[in-house]
Design a protein around this ligand. Structure first.
Ligand code: GDP
Ligand code: FE
Ligand code: FE
Ligand code: FE
Length: 196
């Protein structure tokens, strides 16, 4: 996939090199699998391959950044300060979107929102957002119970797969007695209220 320059001046290869510097090798491999999976879903569902590739390559850019620098960005960008109470888990999406704009010059709202929302989903999600949300969940390296059902649903409907992830994530967090970020609940409520 060769980038056209529509979304960023960076080449795909230069982005890969910069992303690789931000994380351990195993996570970089995850990023590459999310990209491959995103491109496959983009082809199936008619999304922009270039936009989905970019969102995937940058989605976990901030995941291993230190909590202090992430908190600084959350506060300076007037993001929901409540997300600082969940380690990197909730912050790395919104902070990743910030870097996508600042470092790579991405201005496309759908790409930035996809990165921002990739962990918890969104009350409203674009096609690109759904592609990344699902690809991150079902890439071939994922082995959790239920991933096969998620992969099956992704063949049928992105919305069904997204709803599945939203529901299973809540169940998983409750079972593990982990605190649930209010935004995670908001997204769940929004999706369940729209479900037929
Ligand atoms: P990754 O960055 O590729 O590992 O994947 P994600 O960005 O999707 O998820 C990061 C982690 O955040 C996962 O383990 C989720 O279960 C977890 N997570 C999602 N929502 C919440 C929440 O509301 N609270 C907490 N504590 N963790 C959450
Ligand atoms: Fe992530
Ligand atoms: Fe990820
Ligand atoms: Fe609220």
């Amino acid at each position: 996939l060769v980038y056209t320059g529509r979304y960023t001046d960076w080449t795909r290869e230069a982005i890969l090199a910069e992303v690789e510097k931000q994380m351990k090798p195993s996570r970089f491999q995850h990023v590459l699998r999310v990209e491959a999976c995103s491109i496959a879903l983009a082809k199936k569902y008619g999304a922009s391959l270039e936009a989905c590739s970019l969102a995937a390559l940058l989605h976990d850019f901030a995941k291993e950044h230190d909590a202090k620098s992430m908190k600084k960005i959350v506060l300076s960008q007037a993001l929901d300060s409540e997300m600082t109470g969940y380690g990197s888990e909730i912050m790395h999406g919104p902070v990743g979107a910030y870097h996508a704009e600042k470092v790579f010059g991405i201005m496309d709202r759908a790409i930035l929102d996809a990165i921002r929302q990739h962990t918890i989903g969104g009350e409203v999600m674009t096609l690109i957002g759904k592609v990344l949300f699902i690809a991150d969940y079902i890439e071939p390296g994922r082995t959790f119970t239920g991933v096969d059902e998620a992969r099956r649903l992704a063949e049928i409907s992105l919305d069904e797969a997204a709803y599945f992830k939203i529901e299973k994530t809540i169940i998983h967090l409750v079972k593990k007695e982990l605190p649930i970020y209010p935004g995670t609940i908001h997204v769940y409520n929004s999706w369940i209220q729209r479900k037929v």
